[in-house]
Design a protein around this ligand. Structure first.
Ligand SMILES: Cc1cc2nc3c(=O)[nH]c(=O)nc-3n(C[C@H](O)[C@H](O)[C@H](O)COP(=O)(O)OP(=O)(O)OC[C@H]3O[C@@H](n4cnc5c(N)ncnc54)[C@H](O)[C@@H]3O)c2cc1C
Length: 464
């Protein structure tokens, strides 16, 4: 019988936590390395009033089946609540309701004919099954052809810029197709109305429960450990050393028989310089680019609007206003929770401004948008910076995406940029974590380091 294998997972976000749970279910010893002080990654949360809230706004869709299954497995399905969102769009300094097809038909900013074409294009895209047909076209080309150039310039281009900043015009049509499909399909079975889900108590509860189960089964989660370098210290038995730097600048090494990196491809390239990568793989890893995100969460004395989600098509310092309490109600937050978010290139000078400067910039923008708002309405605030928040999905992405099974046997890359054709999201982080665990097991079975009968039973997925 082969020796018990140890896997080092870099990153204790949702992907890493799910990969750890799945590997444990197949009998692996797992050690998770996390650079921040607590697990959760982008779904990390903090206490506010008598509740907890994510640093970054989060909701789920009705078709996020894997995430729903995860919540069920963790005993949290009772806490998953569904809400009807109300959306708006700011264009030409005016707040327009934008929740329904009727709102689109009434949207005065684009000519009527192009409103009709836009509605039909969204419907057509949502029904399209073979996304590969869109792979070599940009979203801009597809939208101009199907919706018209005014609709593109006044509606879609600002939305693409909101997500991809200066790369908006290079984004693949697959990305926008996916948005139409996902949003259009997040509907209640009973009423057909659009519904979004939120976890009563925050998605932090899901993180807590995963952590509790992982540690209860004897695995370690080493927080405050930043992985700097992966090297192979032995071929037989296969062993890797992951060098980590701690907050006090001390270094430690974590040894394992396989490594799963759930980080950006950029970070992955930096920590694997000891390996002589084939040019093609290295090119794929290095070619990927990401947008950063600045997310300001405010607790306010009063709400700003009746809407949950307000997209900004005008020039303002942020691109979306998410009034969380307009979706889930006031609860015990002790105020209205509002997120202001902006995706940007991290070479943008705004990225390097201090938290206070960014706060003031966003607050000035908010005062322009909602004249009744005053800075005195702010009870408290926090700014979250996410360096690699959104991979830029360009044309022909399926041919450029680095494989999870890297050429370095035993080293897996399972970062957000490996989610495709869907856009990154919690549901797909769960899928990615499961895929990474299965990939480790499959490889170990092939090389005789794991029993052929073993399988990753977590979330009762089929097959190894
Ligand atoms: C603005 C924004 C809004 C979003 N809204 C939604 C939403 O509404 N619904 C939804 O489903 N999804 C949403 N998402 C996406 C969702 O949060 C992510 O898809 C998911 O959390 C990704 O999980 P992950 O584990 O892959 O990555 P991460 O959460 O980024 O986890 C990676 C972890 O690795 C750690 N790490 C990085 N480098 C190192 C290192 N060198 N050593 C050790 N540890 C390291 C990081 O600290 C982090 O904890 C949103 C994302 C953003 C940015």
């Amino acid at each position: 019988m082969p020796d018990r294998q140890r896997v080092c997972i870099i990153g204790a976000g949702l992907t890493g936590l799910v990969a750890a749970s799945a590997l444990q279910s197949a009998g692996y010893d797992v050690v998770l390395i996390e650079s921040t002080r607590s697990p959760g990654g982008m779904i990390a949360s903090f206490p506010v009033g008598s509740e907890r809230i994510e640093y970054i706004y989060h909701h789920i869709f009705t078709h996020d089946k894997l995430l729903v299954r995860l919540l069920d497995t963790l005993g949290l399905s009772d806490r998953l609540k569904w809400f009807k969102p109300s959306d708006a769009l700011v264009a030409d300094g005016t707040l327009h309701p934008f929740s329904s097809p009727l709102d689109l038909l009434r949207f005065p900013v684009i000519p009527f004919g192009q409103r009709l074409r836009t509605g039909l294009a969204v419907l057509r895209a949502a029904r399209l099954k073979d996304w590969k047909k869109l792979e070599d076209e940009t979203a801009a080309q597809w939208l101009i052809r199907n919706c018209g150039s005014d609709a593109y310039r006044r509606l879609w281009q600002p939305l693409l810029r909101a997500k991809f900043d200066n790369d908006a015009d290079t984004v693949s049509a697959v990305w926008i197709w996916n948005k139409f499909k996902l949003r259009g399909h997040s509907r209640s079975h009973e009423t057909g109305a659009e519904m979004l889900g939120y976890l009563d108590g925050s998605f932090g509860l899901m993180v807590d429960e995963l952590v509790r189960r992982i540690t209860a089964r004897g695995s370690q989660i080493l927080t405050g450990h930043t992985a700097m370098n992966i090297s192979q210290v032995s071929d037989t038995p296969r062993r890797f050393a992951v060098s980590c730097i701690l907050e006090n600048c001390a270094t430690v090494q974590v040894e394992a028989n396989a490594v799963v990196a759930t980080v950006s491809s950029r970070q992955f390239a930096g920590m694997t310089t000891s390996y002589d990568w084939p040019d093609t793989y290295l090119r794929q890893v290095n070619r990927l680019s990401y947008k950063g995100d600045l997310c300001l969460v405010l607790r306010l004395r009063r709400s700003l609007s009746p809407y949950y989600w307000t997209t900004i098509c005008d020039s303002l310092p942020f691109v979306v206003v998410v009034e969380h309490t307009n979706l889930v109600g006031p609860r015990g937050y002790g105020g209205h929770i509002v997120y202001l978010s902006r995706y940007l290139d991290i070479s943008d000078p705004v990225w390097t401004q201090s938290d206070g400067e960014i706060y003031r910039l966003f607050i000035q923008g908010l005062s322009r948008l909602y004249p009744h708002f005053s800075a005195a309405d702010v009870i408290d605030w926090r700014l979250q910076r996410t360096r690699c928040a959104q991979p830029v999905i360009g044309r022909g992405y399926s041919r450029q995406m680095p494989a999870m099974d890297t050429p370095w046997s035993g080293v897996k890359l399972a970062g957000m940029a490996q989610i495709y054709p869907e856009d990154r999201g919690m549901n797909y982080a769960v899928r990615l974590g499961l895929d990474a665990a299965r990939s480790v097991l499959r490889e170990d079975q092939l090389r005789g380091a794991a029993d052929p009968g073993l399988r990753c039973g977590f979330l009762q997925e089929e097959g190894p």
